[in-house]
Design a protein around this ligand. Structure first.
Ligand SMILES: [Zn+2]
Length: 283
């Protein structure tokens, strides 16, 4: 345990109870002092879903809701689902399945529409979208930006946060402006896999010491994540589920008490409207 009153949130993790460790990974997280999780659905094709329309994403989202419920049972706090469409799907649709970029866009926007229904009903906390982190041609880039802006439209009308998977960057003024145009305040856009600093959206910082040190010393809102993928075929691909609680302990030992409060209490409230203190059980 860190201590009984300190919430510890991993802002971006995947759980795959069918192929990976599932709840076993949550137990590791909790044992080290982790209390809250934002669980992002795995990319649809990892679950064997070759989407042809938005409705095809339903089993992917349903499986995520199930594992989130099981995770909440294990945690002193709770887990919430974040649902959406992985931006890498555009390449799978265009390059491997022969769709035109516009048609790929429509399929992906359909998936975002379905995810938005889960947010509207209160079953999901936020949306996930973005654009490829690798080089793509202009038509695919344009289609991807349209998908992301579609997610911002829902975020604006539902007043929910949107997590993004994007290219590496420390300044995203275009993305922030698009969100604001859609009525979504830029700080409710979260760039996952972020460095320690970012202008525009809120950074969800990968929990490596150097990135965290930068974020902590900056004093601005930030979140912490591992992007644990729970994929037995990619064991070393990202950080493990114990990393965020370990790094919280390290931040406190190195005098960054305030940064821990920012990342695990203030910023979750500011971005998602969640109260990580009130949702801590007394157990
Ligand atoms: Zn991820």
């Amino acid at each position: 345990m860190i201590d009984a009153n300190t919430p510890v949130l991993d802002n971006h993790m995947h759980l795959d109870p069918d192929h990976g460790r599932g709840i076993d990974a949550v137990e590791d997280f909790a044992r080290l002092g982790g209390t809250h999780l934002l669980v992002v659905n795995k990319p649809s094709w990892y679950l064997g879903v070759e989407a042809e329309d938005g409705e095809d994403f339903r089993p992917v989202f349903e499986r995520t809701l199930e594992v989130v419920e099981a995770a909440s049972d294990v945690l002193d706090g709770r887990a919430w689902p974040i649902l959406g469409v992985h931006p890498g799907l555009v390449s799978r649709l265009v390059d491997e399945r022969g769709y035109a970029p516009d048609d790929a866009r429509d399929i992906m926007q359909g998936g975002i529409d379905l995810a938005a229904e889960y947010v509207a009903s209160g079953d999901a906390l936020a949306l996930k979208s973005g654009r490829p982190h690798y080089e793509v041609d202009d038509a695919v880039w344009a289609a991807s930006n349209e998908v992301m802006r579609h997610a911002f439209d829902h975020g604006g009308s539902l007043e929910c946060a949107v997590q993004l998977h994007t290219e590496a960057s420390e300044s995203m003024p275009d993305v922030a402006a698009w969100a604001e145009d859609a009525g979504l305040p830029a700080h409710r856009v979260v760039k996952h896999y972020a460095a320690g600093r970012l202008e525009g959206p809120t950074p969800s910082v990968m929990s490596e010491k150097d990135r965290l040190e930068t974020a902590a010393e900056r004093g601005e809102p930030f979140l912490m994540e591992t992007d644990f993928v729970d994929d037995p075929d990619r064991p070393g691909a990202v950080l493990g589920p114990k990393t965020v609680p370990r790094r919280v302990r390290w931040l406190r030992e190195t005098g960054h008490e305030e940064a821990v409060r920012i990342a695990h209490i203030e910023t979750p409230e500011r971005v998602y409207g969640i109260d990580t203190v009130a949702t801590l059980s007394d157990a």
